[in-house]
Design a protein. Structure first.
Length: 430
């Protein structure tokens, strides 16, 4: 058996850029000067018109904003092979590469075998023998065969993801190496967006330093190291709130496929999906064709779930498992038994997107990063000193802390009677 073909990816950063180094605090590191961008004016031609948005675009953006799962969808919305090929390339799958199509065929056959083996699911031969691009188009249609195509694709989604994870575990590759591949891919795409005049006024990327990771793990009792999603994260600031859609659309086309957003990890506190779409005739027309009711988000809790974030904090935040195509040398370093798993791995990556005005507002008062870190550290110190027991939850403690003026020392905010009693007892013992 020979290792799968893995042409060197074109994930080259803009000239002069390099991966950011670790930071002394929890802020995002900035690109080197050659790659950092703060534009005073953006050509009007760079602003995307919603007139050319397809239903597939709108559904993809909506999934990112909601943090939903593709498994809950009942159809796709591709209008032609151009959209299908764009979707496949976002997966790091090249439709013109025989090796990539052979890998896709193997995953499809595994999905069909699973469905027949466990559910005795009937699949017409004409559907079972379809190539992946044709299957994606069929899933965008109607009828029984469309249902079969969707069902197969959902299982393929899971199998491909699991086998890519298995490949990563077999490789002699560090987190540092994986992060470098992710950063290179993102830098290349963002560099191209800047060159084309996208309304980006600031782009910052960075890795969470170890002290920040330790603090985060201790601030949330339910979180384990495997659930830290923001070891690697990117932040994009646009000129106006309306520009967020254009950024999301381009990222979905060129950085990550929408189906690998992590369910339950999205926050959208900038705009209401229904109201935003109603403001633009082209989008409002598409909402009548979406598979979920246009007011679906109105019945979901779409708020900042982080207990230490202020209710006034405004951001579009989500986490994706980003597909990364490995360089040929890395693929060859895998054990021969792993060669059938393909050349693609995944890396969980956080994105924050917001407009310039909200970015400025977020740095004032309780929504500021300094206030956020103060609340988080105080909660960790309480937990380390006193444990939890029957005490109030971290959320209620954080709410109390947000009502406090953080201008003094840590001791000044230790106002809980139990903590004072504990401190007094400790003093007596001493």
């Amino acid at each position: 058996m020979t290792p799968p073909s893995s042409s060197p990816p074109s994930n080259r950063p803009p000239p002069g850029s390099r991966p950011p180094s670790e930071l002394p605090d929890d802020r995002f590191s900035e690109w080197p000067t050659a790659s950092t961008s703060r534009f005073g004016s953006i050509p009007s031609a760079a602003r995307r018109s919603f007139e050319d948005y397809s239903l597939a675009d709108l559904e993809a953006i909506r999934l990112l904003l909601r943090g939903g799962s593709i498994i809950d969808w009942h159809r796709l919305n591709f209008s032609g092979m151009e959209e299908v090929h764009l979707f496949l390339r976002a997966h790091e799958i090249a439709p013109e590469e025989a090796a990539d199509m052979a890998r896709a065929e193997a995953v499809k056959n595994a999905a069909i075998s699973y469905l027949r083996r466990n559910f005795d699911f009937p699949i017409p031969k004409a559907v079972a023998t379809m190539a992946l691009p044709d299957l994606l188009m069929l899933a965008s249609g109607k009828g029984h065969r469309q249902l079969c195509a969707c069902t197969i694709l959902k299982v393929m989604h899971v199998i491909h993801h699991m086998e890519a994870r298995e490949l990563l575990f077999t490789l002699p590759i560090s987190d540092e190496d994986v992060f470098h591949l992710v950063e290179t891919k993102v830098y290349r795409v963002i560099g191209d967006m800047l060159a084309r005049g996208f309304p980006i006024v600031e782009f910052i990327g960075g890795r969470k330093n170890k002290d920040s990771l330790y603090t985060k793990l201790m601030s949330k009792p339910e979180v384990t190291a495997a659930q830290i999603y923001d070891k690697l994260r990117f932040r994009i600031v646009t000129r106006e709130p309306d520009d967020v859609f254009a950024i999301l659309r381009h990222l979905v086309h060129h950085v990550f496929p929408f189906n690998y957003v992590i369910p339950g990890e999205s926050t959208n506190t900038i705009f209401n999906f229904r109201s935003f779409c109603d403001s633009f005739p082209a989008l409002e027309k598409l909402t009548h064709q979406t598979q979920f009711p246009v007011n679906f988000e109105d019945h979901e809790a779409n708020k900042m779930e982080n207990a230490f974030s202020s209710s006034s904090y405004r951001v579009v935040h989500f986490v994706v498992d980003m597909p990364i195509r490995l360089p040929e040398a890395m693929v060859r370093s895998a054990p021969p038994a792993a060669w059938a798993l393909g050349p693609v791995i995944f890396s969980q990556t956080e994105f924050q997107i917001l407009d310039h005005q909200n970015d400025r507002d977020n740095e004032m008062g309780p929504a500021s990063h300094d206030a956020y870190k103060q609340r988080q550290k105080l909660a960790v110190m309480r937990r380390l000193k006193l444990g939890r027991g029957n005490r109030r939850t971290a959320t209620s403690q954080a709410t109390d802390m947000m009502a406090t003026d953080y201008s003094g020392s840590d001791e000044a905010s230790l106002s809980d009677p139990e903590e004072k009693a504990s401190q007094d007892a400790s003093s007596d013992e001493e």
